[in-house]
Ligand binder design. Structure first.
Ligand code: PGA
Length: 249
């Protein structure tokens, strides 16, 4: 099994109390794990969940960050500030940030640099829209997004970056990218990344992952884990998903 990362993007599904409650139940449930399991709750619950996770193998991520460290930037939170309260990973370029909040590849690249500068691992989401897929522009879109991430990027030995392939049409739709298709795309992404760096860059698949369909993804050689949205937001579903990929050959 090649899966290592199980990342739970709680989006804006859960409020403070609900996030802390789910985090506490997960902490009771997960004592040891050979996976890197991280939850990405609403910012307002980060600090409390950092306390809840103390001494547990569970890790903490944020859903977004700004590209400036500090100053007159109303409404912004920086990677440095997030790191100070226990955040190890930051999602960047999620489809909802790109399509609802208008973030572009240049914004995302600035955020990647800011995360690396702060010592937080960026988890950069890339993926094509349904229209791009249907008009044969999938590879072009991914190529452009990957170029923006890696062009003139030098990763120091201690710095890492994770790429999550999340086809826009598969997010929150129940229409997951079939594993064989995801495998082909992941091979393409791997080859593209190789043109920029020799570093091992973990690749995650995301988009309508559930306890029922997760196993084939994490069994792919090209995939090092999954980024899970709605199926990670209840205890039963998230632990069901963890069980589905535990101790499988
Ligand atoms: P989903 O979301 O699992 O609900 O499709 C995935 C994501 O947006 O990261």
């Amino acid at each position: 099994m090649s899966a290592t990362f199980v990342f739970a993007n709680w989006k804006m599904y859960l409020d403070f109390d609900e996030s802390c409650m789910l985090a506490s139940r997960l902490r009771e449930h997960v004592h040891t794990t050979d996976k890197t399991i991280a939850v990405f709750p609403t910012d307002i619950a980060l600090k409390e969940i950092d306390h809840i996770f103390e001494g547990s193998p569970l890790r903490l991520g944020a859903q977004n960050a700004s590209w400036v460290p500090r100053g007159a930037y109303t409404g912004a939170v920086s990677p440095h500030m997030l790191k100070d309260i226990g955040v190890e990973y930051i999602l960047l370029g999620h489809s909802e940030r790109r399509h609802i909040f208008g973030e572009n590849d240049t914004d995302i690249r600035k955020k990647i640099d800011a995360c690396l500068d702060a010592g937080v691992t960026p988890v950069v989401c890339i993926g094509e829209t349904k229209e791009e897929k249907e008009t044969g522009k999938r590879e072009y879109r991914l190529k452009k997004q990957i170029m923006k991430v890696f062009e003139n990027l030098s990763l120091a030995d201690e710095q890492t970056l994770i790429i999550a392939y999340e086809p826009v049409w598969a997010i929150g739709t129940g229409d997951a990218c079939l594993p064989a298709d995801a495998d082909d795309v992941m091979s393409f992404i791997t080859a593209e990344i190789r043109t920029y760096t020799n570093k091992e860059i973990p690749l995650l698949y995301g988009g309508s992952v559930t306890p029922e369909n997760v196993l084939p993804y994490v069994s792919l050689e090209t995939v090092q884990g999954v980024l899970v949205g709605s199926a990670s937001t209840t205890f039963e579903s998230f632990t069901g998903l963890l069980t589905a990929i535990t101790d499988k050959p």
